[in-house]
Ligand binder design. Structure first.
Ligand SMILES: *[C@@H]1O[C@H](CO)[C@@H](O)[C@H](O)[C@H]1NC(C)=O
Ligand SMILES: *[C@@H]1O[C@H](CO)[C@@H](O)[C@H](O)[C@H]1NC(C)=O
Ligand SMILES: *[C@@H]1O[C@H](CO)[C@@H](O)[C@H](O)[C@H]1NC(C)=O
Ligand SMILES: *[C@@H]1O[C@H](CO)[C@@H](O)[C@H](O)[C@H]1NC(C)=O
Ligand SMILES: *[C@@H]1O[C@H](CO)[C@@H](O)[C@H](O)[C@H]1NC(C)=O
Ligand SMILES: *[C@@H]1O[C@H](CO)[C@@H](O)[C@H](O)[C@H]1NC(C)=O
Ligand SMILES: *[C@@H]1O[C@H](CO)[C@@H](O)[C@H](O)[C@H]1NC(C)=O
Ligand SMILES: *[C@@H]1O[C@H](CO)[C@@H](O)[C@H](O)[C@H]1NC(C)=O
Ligand SMILES: *[C@@H]1O[C@H](CO)[C@@H](O)[C@H](O)[C@H]1NC(C)=O
Length: 528
């Protein structure tokens, strides 16, 4: 093969051009050849890197939420399919196979009650070379209405869509790339976090590495907990309602009481467990002239209720409290004087089969939702030894400023796993690590160093130390587990410069500012 050295540069570059064409035609041919049970190809197309992809076939409500266009970073082969999951259900599945392939398979997940392929996650993983798949979770659109009288669609949502996409996606990866793949990964947050855990619990051989964020686990109780805020706070004309400005007062008071518990006055509560705010300090004095910087007793009482756990009819803990610190973000969605839409849809179309259910939640509704637990959507199995035995690894993270899913539930789940398996944290560390991320809201953003590389929104570095996906690859393939997860505080949102970095500790360690210097100095912090 020595003559290769003699090939002039010109010939070499035309050989590269020819191989690019080969990838392109391979893509289209491949789409025509796919012959798998229950799979019908919609189309296969070559998408060059730099394309602004129009998602015109996508459900309008998904596009309204996520945008009708997706930047595609890598050159890739895009294959879209329908996969039947029963005689009355199907998923829409996309496979994005990059030209520059890293030999790894990856599945993405979903969010909320949706029905939306997360194109931004397909782009994120494929740009690193993963053969990436994403499905619509069994229905189209952001609403829960497709579950109404359609148990098979609900079953897809509870567990079957992700698994089906993985089975088909792995087979296609093997057929598309001569070299097949060696390792398989999962990346998801929120409902996607629950899907990751469901896979670990139910299909322990599907993934070698799972990155699961802010999981919507103990799902029925989560739905009830989020339904409850409307009952506590009322509509925006109720005397128990707080406006966003009033929640901002509450936030300032919480920071006054809790910000420095971690040693740093930086506007971020490292561990909200330590924060038990006393809100009566906000009650307006009887002779107060202006009441814009204080609250009525009814409001303070309601705010306290909002920070209390949800207990069942028999007094059992159903779901932990909202962690303090997230109230400004929550004021626009959880505390906005309207029933929380996902909870409303779940009770209407799943629990009660009653599209007119009002949203006036009581704890009896929580009992009904939990008793139903369709297809074990709870996702609360604590014994995950089958996954451990396969050698699988889990990186679980949760924002400590999450306004939609309380981070305290992730801590409860961690304890549940430890107890169900009889393993201490130092034993669990071999395969399961949980990282609370201070200053991160729901899956991204927030006031702190939340850019940990779980997706395009939180991308600041591809160094495994500062990127949870790359950290997982290193753990699975080199056996080097992440000690900390390093996050960037982005100066102006996704894609902007890092203002500072902070290393987040793995549970049950806690971050403490030991100084000297500024809180922006990552070496001034210590995991204790
Ligand atoms: C993609 O194209 C659409 C329609 O032309 C345009 O509105 C949008 O700004 C484009 N997005 C990017 C990122 O270029
Ligand atoms: C969802 O939308 C896709 C187009 O993106 C369509 O092919 C599919 O049939 C739809 N699925 C359902 C269940 O309506
Ligand atoms: C899409 O790509 C364009 C051009 O590379 C870039 O300017 C823009 O910020 C990207 N948009 C998103 C949403 O990533
Ligand atoms: C669809 O599947 C269900 C459950 O497997 C079965 O009971 C039903 O008869 C099937 N219906 C049709 C039309 O094939
Ligand atoms: C799988 O691993 C083997 C051994 O390390 C390596 O030779 C091969 O190239 C890998 N395959 C892929 C698809 O990366
Ligand atoms: C209160 O909520 C209603 C809808 O329920 C809305 O029309 C109105 O604008 C809201 N008022 C304020 C002050 O936000
Ligand atoms: C979560 O769900 C299970 C039942 O699926 C229940 O036994 C457990 O107590 C729940 N509790 C909490 C607080 O998460
Ligand atoms: C909600 O239910 C409670 C208790 O059943 C009742 O007192 C209240 O009037 C109801 N509120 C609305 C808005 O329906
Ligand atoms: C720490 O750095 C921030 C941001 O640069 C600055 O606003 C703040 O004043 C500094 N604090 C101290 C104690 O030096």
């Amino acid at each position: 093969m020595g003559f290769h050295f003699a090939i002039p540069i010109l010939a070499l570059s035309s050989a590269v051009a020819a191989s690019q064409d080969a990838f392109q035609s391979k893509c289209v041919q491949f789409g025509n050849q796919i012959n798998l049970p229950h799979v019908s190809v919609n189309f296969a197309e070559y998408v060059p890197g730099g394309t602004n992809l129009s998602l015109s076939d996508n459900a309008p409500s998904c596009n309204a939420q996520n945008g009708a266009y997706q930047n595609v970073t890598a050159d890739l082969c895009r294959i879209t399919m329908a996969v039947e999951t029963s005689n009355s259900s199907q998923i829409t599945l996309e496979a994005w196979f990059p030209r520059e392939y890293n030999g790894r398979f990856l599945s993405t997940g979903n969010g909320g009650l949706s029905g939306c392929i997360q194109y931004y996650d397909l782009d994120y993983a494929s740009q690193f070379g993963f053969a990436t798949v994403g499905a619509n979770n069994g229905h189209n659109g952001t609403s829960g209405k497709p579950f109404y009288h359609h148990p098979e669609v609900l079953k897809d949502f509870a567990y079957r869509s992700l698994h089906t996409g993985v089975v088909v996606g792995k087979e296609l990866t093997k057929q598309f790339y001569d070299e097949g793949f060696n390792k398989s990964y999962y990346l998801g947050c929120s409902t996607g976090g629950r899907q990751g855990w469901k896979s670990i619990q139910r299909y322990p051989s599907d993934f070698d590495g799972v990155v699961a964020g802010a999981p919507a686990i103990n799902f029925s109780n989560l739905i009830s907990w989020s339904a409850r805020f409307y009952s506590i706070l009322g509509s925006n004309t109720s005397d128990t309602y707080l406006t966003p400005d009033e929640w901002s007062l509450v936030h300032d008071e919480i920071l006054r009481q809790c910000d420095t518990l971690d040693g740093a006055k930086d506007g971020i509560i490292e561990d909200p467990d330590l924060c038990r705010p006393i809100l009566q300090t906000l009650i307006c004095a009887a002779d107060a002239k202006q009441t814009s910087s204080c609250l009525s007793s009814a409001q303070v009482h309601a705010a306290e209720q909002a920070f209390s756990p949800l207990y069942g009819t028999n007094g059992d803990l159903l779901y932990p409290r909202m962690q303090p610190g997230s109230e400004i973000l929550a004021s626009w969605i959880m505390y906005n004087g309207e029933p929380f839409p996902f909870s409303l849809d779940w009770f209407r179309y799943v629990v009660y089969d009653d599209p007119s259910w009002s949203g006036n939640f009581t704890v009896k509704d929580a009992a009904a939702a939990l008793a139903q637990n369709p297809y074990n959507i709870q996702t609360w199995e604590g014994d995950i030894r089958p996954f451990q035995k396969t050698g699988g690894k889990i990186l679980h993270y949760h924002g400590m400023q999450d306004e939609l899913i309380s981070s305290e539930d992730s801590k409860l789940y961690y304890s549940h796993v430890a107890e169900a398996m009889g393993q201490s944290p130092s034993e669990l560390d071999d395969f399961y690590r949980f990282f609370p991320i201070s200053g991160m809201s729901h899956c991204a953003n927030g006031d702190g160093a939340s850019a940990i590389g779980q997706g395009t929104q939180t991308y600041a570095s591809s160094d495994p130390e500062s990127n949870v996906l790359m950290a997982m690859v290193k753990w699975v393939e080199e056996g080097v587990a992440p000690e900390t997860v390093r996050g960037a505080k982005l100066s102006a949102g996704p894609g902007s410069q890092a203002e500072y970095w902070r290393k987040h500790c793995r549970w049950p360690r806690r971050n403490f500012f030991k100084g000297p210097g500024n809180y922006t100095d990552e070496s001034a912090w210590q995991c204790i």
